[in-house]
Design a protein around this ligand. Structure first.
Ligand code: NAD
Length: 575
C-alpha cells in the first residue's frame, strides 16, 4: 500500500548543499526555491502557504504543494511542468531549452477580473492569489524592499543634483558622498515596508526625519538598525537631523507624532526660514483608511474607534490625510521635492475634500522610469548551497565586473554589513540592459570553476522595466497613454520562455490588486554548464531588452538613445 503523506501544514525548509533530490540542478532549483518561499524565516504565514503581500501564496493547497514537489523530483531534462494558480496540472515533453516549469497565477478575463469574482473562485478551490514573487518562487525577504527604496532615494538625489538643488558627491573631496549628502528628507510611516525609508536615505548619506504615531514601530526599527534613534520631542528631533544635514552625514531620527500635525508644523518652520526640508514623501498605510490614525484619536484608542464606527473613522482619516497632503503640496510650492510613495494617499486626501492632491507625482513616473528606459531593474540571485560565503564571492564578482558603479558598490557593502539573510542566502541589485547577462555568465563561470559551492538561481521581481502593466504604479502616466496595455508583460513571458529561462510565470493583480495589473516573471539557473551559459546570455539580454523596447515604443528619448547606443534591434526605430 502507498505510504500516506500528510497533506496538512508542516515546517518547510529548502535543502542545502550539493546532494540532489531532483534529477538535475535545473529541477532541483525550482524545488528548493518553492520550499524556500515557505521557509518560516521567509514566509509571513507559512502554515497557510502565504509568503507575503496580503495573501500571496506559493501553492494552492498542501496537496498541490506535495504534487508539485513530487513532480519536480521526477521531471526529466526535456519535460515541462504546467502550474495553474498553484496547482500542477500537466507534464509535457518539450526540449532542453524550454522552461522546466510554466506558471500562470490568478489570471481572469477582463470583465470578470474583480476581487469578488476572484474570491468566489478561490473559495471553490479553483484559484489562488500569486502576488508577484510568491507564486513564482523567487521571493527573497525584506532585502528586496530595502534595495528598491534605496534606489528610489538615490534617484531622487540624482534629480536634485541635476537641477542644482543638491550637491552630494559633487566637487573635490566629496567623491565618496552619496547623492543625498547635505539634504533633509521628511517622511511618514515606519512600519513593515515604510521602515526601510530611513536606512535607504542614510545609505545615500542624507538626513531623515520619519514621523510615526506609534512609538513601538519606531523602537523596533532602531533594534534592527533600520533607524538610528527615536525622539519624542519634535524640537530635539529637528535639531539632530539639522546637525547631520549640516555635517553632510547620513543620520535618521524617528519622531513620535501624527504626520497630519507634524508635516504642517515643519512646513511653517520651512516657510519661516528656520530650516529647509529638501525631500518630502510618505509611507503611512494610507491605502486603508482604518490603518491611518486621524488627528484627535490616540494610538491606544485606535482599534476600538475603527471597530465602533468604520464609516466615521474613515471620514476622519480622510480629513487628516487632506491636511497631511495639503502640507505636502505646499512643501512642493515652497521648493521641496515631493512624491507619492505608492500608498494611495493622494486619492484618500481627494476624498477628504482636498482638490490639489494630485499635484505631486507618483514615484515611478518621477524617478524610476528613466531607470526602466535603460532596462534597469531588480536583478536578484540565491545561493543554492545555502552557504553565505557563496554570496560574498558573488558580491565581489559583481564589483569586479562593474568597477565604475560606485553607487552599486556602496549598496553591496551596506547589504553585506547590515542585511540579515532570510532563508537561502540571497542578494539583489539593480542592473540594466547589457549588464545582467554579464553577471549571469560570471556566476556560471564561478560555478564551473568550483569557486562557488553549488549553482546560483537568478531571477527578478515582476516589478521590472518591461514585465508589468499596472496603471496605478509601474505604468502610471506613460508618455503615450499606454498605461493599461498588457501586451507587454505577455510578450515578456513568451520571450523569456523562448530564451532559455528555467521557469516563467504570468500573474494578474500583484502589488495593486485584482483587476489592476498583469505581470511576468522569469528565473534561471547558473549550473556551470555550457548550455546554461548560452541560455543566460539570451535570457538576461532579452529580458531587460523588453524594458528598453517597451519604453522606446512609448516614445521615451532615453530608451531610444539606449537602444541606439547598445544595439537593441527595434524594427520601426529610424536612424
Ligand atoms: P504598515 O501598516 O506596516 O505601517 C504603516 C505605519 O504608519 C505604522 O507604523 C503606523 O503607525 C503609521 N501611521 C498610521 N497613521 C499615521 C499618521 N497619521 N501619522 C504618522 N504615522 C502613521 O504599512 P507598510 O507595510 O509600512 O506600508 C505602508 C504603505 O506604503 C502602504 O500603503 C503600502 O501599500 C505602501 N507601500 C508602497 C510601496 C511602493 O509602491 N513602492 C512599497 C511599500 C509600501
Amino acid at each position: 500500500a502507498p505510504t500516506a503523506v500528510p497533506a496538512g501544514p508542516r515546517t518547510v525548509r529548502a535543502a542545502r548543499g550539493t546532494e540532489l533530490t531532483a534529477k538535475s540542478w535545473q529541477t532541483e532549483a525550482p524545488l528548493r526555491m518553492l520550499m524556500n518561499n515557505l521557509d518560516p524565516e521567509v514566509a509571513e504565514h507559512p502554515e497557510d502557504l502565504v509568503v507575503y503581500g496580503g495573501t500571496g501564496k506559493a501553492a494552492r493547497n498542501w496537496e498541490s504543494f506535495d504534487a508539485i514537489t513530487k513532480t519536480l523530483e521526477r521531471l526529466e531534462a526535456d519535460e515541462t511542468l504546467l502550474v495553474q494558480s498553484g496547482k500542477p496540472v500537466g507534464v509535457f515533453r518539450t526540449n532542453v531549452w524550454a522552461p522546466r516549469v510554466l506558471i500562470a497565477n490568478s489570471n481572469l478575463v477582463g470583465d470578470w477580473a474583480t476581487w469578488p469574482e476572484f474570491r468566489k473562485l478561490e473559495a471553490e478551490g479553483l484559484m489562488m492569489y500569486g502576488q508577484m514573487t510568491a507564486g513564482s518562487w523567487i521571493y527573497i525577504g525584506s532585502q528586496g524592499i530595502l534595495q528598491g527604496t534605496y534606489e528610489t532615494f538615490a534617484a531622487v538625489g540624482r534629480k536634485l543634483i541635476a537641477e542644482g538643488r543638491a550637491d552630494g558627491g559633487v566637487g573635490e573631496g566629496r567623491e565618496h558622498e552619496g547623492p543625498l549628502a547635505g539634504t533633509l528628507t521628511l517622511t511618514g510611516g515606519c512600519g513593515g515596508m515604510g521602515g526601510a525609508q530611513p536606512l535607504a536615505v542614510t545609505l545615500n548619506d542624507g538626513a531623515c526625519l520619519v514621523v510615526d504615531v506609534d512609538e513601538t514601530r519606531l523602537q523596533r526599527r532602531v533594534g534592527k538598525r533600520y533607524l538610528d534613534e527615536v525622539e519624542t520631542d519634535l524640537d530635539a528631533a529637528i535639531a539632530k537631523v539639522l546637525q547631520a544635514k549640516a555635517e553632510r552625514r547620513g543620520w535618521s531620527v524617528g519622531v513620535v507624532g501624527n504626520a497630519a500635525e507634524v508635516f504642517p508644523e515643519l512646513l511653517r518652520r520651512h516657510r519661516a526660514g528656520e530650516l529647509t526640508v529638501d525631500v518630502v514623501t510618505d509611507q503611512t498605510s494610507a491605502h486603508d483608511p482604518l490603518a491611518y490614525l486621524p488627528v484627535g484619536i490616540t494610538v491606544a484608542g485606535w482599534k476600538q474607534a475603527a471597530q465602533d464606527d468604520p464609516e466615521g473613522f474613515t471620514q476622519k482619516a480622510q480629513k487628516s490625510m487632506a491636511r497631511h497632503v495639503q502640507a505636502m503640496v505646499e512643501f512642493q510650492d515652497a521648493g521641496a521635492e515631493v512624491f507619492d510613495y505608492g500608498n494611495s494617499i493622494r486619492d484618500e486626501a481627494r476624498k477628504g475634500g482636498y482638490d490639489r492632491a494630485f499635484e505631486f507625482p507618483g514615484f515611478v513616473p518621477a524617478y524610476i522610469r528613466p531607470l526602466f528606459c535603460e532596462g534597469l531593474g531588480p536583478f536578484r540571485w540565491v545561493a543554492l548551497s545555502g552557504d553565505p560565503e557563496d554570496i560574498r564571492v558573488t558580491d565581489e564578482a559583481i564589483k569586479e565586473l562593474f568597477p565604475e558603479k560606485t553607487h552599486l558598490h556602496k549598496w553591496l557593502d551596506a547589504a553585506a554589513e547590515r542585511v540579515e539573510f532570510e532563508g537561502l542566502p540571497a542578494r539583489i541589485c539593480w542592473l540594466g540592459y547589457g549588464e545582467r547577462h554579464r553577471a549571469g555568465l560570471r556566476f556560471n563561470e564561478l560555478v564551473a570553476e568550483g569557486k562557488l559551492k553549488a549553482p546560483i538561481v537568478i531571477g527578478r521581481d515582476h516589478l521590472d522595466s518591461g514585465s508589468v502593466a499596472s496603471p496605478y504604479r509601474e505604468t502610471e502616466a506613460m508618455k503615450d497613454g499606454s498605461d493599461a496595455i498588457a501586451d507587454w508583460p505577455l510578450l515578456n513571458a513568451l520571450t523569456a520562455a523562448s530564451s532559455g529561462a528555467t521557469w516563467v510565470s504570468i500573474h494578474h493583480g500583484g502589488g495593486v490588486g485584482i483587476g489592476r495589473s498583469i505581470h511576468a516573471g522569469q528565473v534561471s539557473v547558473a549550473d556551470g554548464t555550457e548550455l546554461a551559459a548560452a541560455k543566460l546570455t539570451a535570457l538576461l539580454t532579452n529580458d531587460p531588452g523588453m524594458g528598453v523596447i517597451r519604453h522606446v515604443d512609448a516614445g521615451y528619448e532615453r530608451a531610444i538613445e539606449v537602444a541606439r547606443e547598445r544595439g537593441v534591434d527595434v524594427p520601426m526605430l529610424e536612424g
